[in-house]
Design a protein around this ligand. Sequence first.
Ligand code: PGA
Length: 242
Amino acid sequence: VRRILVCANWKMHGTVASVQAYLETLIAQAGAADAEIVLCPPFTLLPAALLIATGSSVAIGAQNCHWADKGAFTGEVAAPMLAELGVRFAIVGHSERRHHFGETDATAAARAQAAQRAGLAVIFCLGETLAQRDAGETFAVLERGLLVGAYEPRWAIGTGRNATPAQAQEAHTALRRRARELFGDEAAERLRILYGGSVKPDNTAALLAGNDVDGALVGGASLDAEGFCAIIHAGPGRRSGA
Ligand code: PGA
């Protein structure tokens, strides 16, 4: 049985005042949901978010972490620093990191290892560009990047253009098949594969209908508390393994 995970990725948005109001709504409206709920605000809002979410069922995650545990890396944040605060998740390898900041599968994998060393659960993002999909390279891209993951076709992120439920299920099935080969049946059954890319309240139920789609990584639509709660309630709480 895999518990559905719904993650809000605020990207570079939010204020201390807004995280307070948002979490109060989220905890009141979705706190009792069966699905696991994670909020990933910018680094500056983590202490406030953690304080407000203490004792609730909403977990707090970071949007990135560095691959070294400490060192001369101006402007970066290390995984043990996040763990010390009480952060439980880290998004790693998001397509915006890859597109704007030169992240590669190799650097993302190193960051994921650092997060795991610090005891953080990793939400590892991977997905093809539109050119790669059109060239028939989708599965090759997924194969190269596989760790544990969120499938986020890059053409669907922030574009309003989501993958069809069939495209999502097909990619997730391929990822789980590959995970089975690499890590064995048990680990592959436990692996939660989230879909990300223009998830909205009105397409969540269809996207999460696929048996290998174990949750959602939500960007733009997660900024509105009511909308994010609607997304949480639109999906199932658990997925019985295949
Ligand atoms: P989006 O972003 O929901 O705004 O498309 C998804 C993501 O970047 O994780």
